[in-house]
Design a protein around this ligand. Structure first.
Ligand SMILES: [Fe+2]
Ligand SMILES: [Fe+2]
Length: 153
């Protein structure tokens, strides 16, 4: 176990915590009161928060895909190749879901409860998907990184 490998794992874990925080902020905004008065400001605020989140997520995926995490997992546990492949596919799917929400939000000119409910559902779905995705990654990290320290694989 090199220090570099441990550093990557710690960084990925740290980012998972930060992303979860950002996700719950997004939920607080979308599930809070949305009034006709001040709607344009509310929408812009949420739009920017969502864009920041998308960017943070893209950088996180870069770290996992290009920063060595996926490579180390494959090296330590080649039998997990399918899981790594599906994680990368999920990255694309989650970004596509965020883009859908961004577009829906931009097309929303006034407080439309039906469309807002769609956005709420999409955000909820995203929270669940990201949570499940990270759980799989945490498990793979245990398999690939911590085995050397005697943690259960
Ligand atoms: Fe990931
Ligand atoms: Fe991740």
């Amino acid at each position: 176990m090199s220090l570099e490998r441990l550093k990557i794992a710690k960084e990925v874990e740290k980012e998972h915590v930060q992303l979860n925080k950002q996700m719950s902020e997004l939920k607080t905004i979308i599930f809070g009161e949305v009034e006709e008065e001040g709607f344009a400001e509310w929408r812009l605020h949420f739009l920017w928060k969502l864009r920041d989140f998308k960017n943070a997520l893209l950088k996180h995926f870069d770290l996992e895909e290009e920063g060595g995490f996926m490579r180390e997992v494959l090296k330590a546990a080649p039998q997990e190749a399918n899981k790594v492949e599906s994680l990368m596919l999920e990255h694309e799917e989650m970004i596509a879901s965020i883009d859908t929400v961004l577009e829906g939000l931009k097309a929303l000119d006034a407080v439309d409860r039906v469309k807002l409910n769609h956005i709420k559902n999409d955000i909820n779905q995203l929270v669940l998907e990201l949570g499940a995705h990270e759980n799989k990654e945490n498990h793979l990290m245990q398999v690939a990184y911590y085995r050397d320290f005697g943690y259960p694989a």
